[in-house]
Design a protein. Sequence first.
Length: 279
Amino acid sequence: MSVKTAYKALSLKSDPIFKLLMTMLVLLGWLASLGGSSIIGLENLYKEWNLTQKSRVNIYLLAQTETKSIDDLTQTLLEQPYIKGIKHIKDEETAELLEPFLTEDHKLELPKILELQTTKATDFEKINEIVSQKIPSAQVDDPTEILNSIASGVRFAEAITLVISLVIIFVISLIVSLTTRAGLRAQKRQVEILQFVGASDSFIAVLAVKQVLFCSLIGFVGSTMLTVASIHLIINTWPILAKLVLANVWFVAICLPLFICLVAVLVSMFIAKRVIRGN
C-alpha cells in the first residue's frame, strides 16, 4: 500500500471534530498572539516613558529665590557627571503650565523651574542632597517612587498574561488530545485494516500526526493573519500607538501561534502512538 493510499484511508481531517480543532487553533492562537503582542507593546511604552522620566528632572523654586543662589545651585549640579545640562524654564512657559489651575483675575508670583537633562545613571539621592544644602525651600520632582509603582504594574500585567498564555496552551493540548483520540477511535476500522496489510504502528501514527500538522498550520496561518489585521486596526484607530509596534511585537505575534502549532503536533504524536498501540 502506498503512502498516498494509506493517507486517504486514514482521513482524520475530514472528520467534523478536526474542523472544530482548526477553528479552536485559530481562535485561541489569535488570543494568545494578540495578548502577547499587547504586553510587549506595553513593555515598549514603559521603557520609553521610563527613559523620558529618568532623562529629565525638574526642580521647583520659590519666586523669591535669589538669582545668586540659583546660579550657585546650577553650577554645583553641572559638576555632576550624570547631568548633561540645565534649562531655566521661562515665566511664559510656567504661566502656560499653570493656566488651567488659575482664574483670570488671580495674580500669583510664578515659581522658578530648573529642568535637568540627565543620563540613565542619574543619582536622585545626590541631587536631593545638593538641592537641600543649597536651597532648602526647593522641591525636587523625584520620579523614583512612581517609576517603581508603574514597573510593578507592568510586571503584574506580564505575569497575568503569562498565566493566561499557559492556560491557553493547556486548553489547546487538551483539545488536541481529545480530538486525536476521538478521530482515531472513530476510524478504528481503518486503523485495523492498515495494521492488517502490514502498516506499522509508527507509520499509522505519522499519518495521524501529519493530518494534525495540517490542521495546526491552518490554525497558525489563520491566527497570525487575524493578529496582524488586529494590530493594523489598532494602529489605524490610534496612530499614536504606532511607535510602540516595534520588531519585537511582530516577532511575538508570529512566534506564539507557531509555538502553539508545535505543541499541537507534539501532543498528537504522543496520543496517536498510545491510541494505536491500544488497538
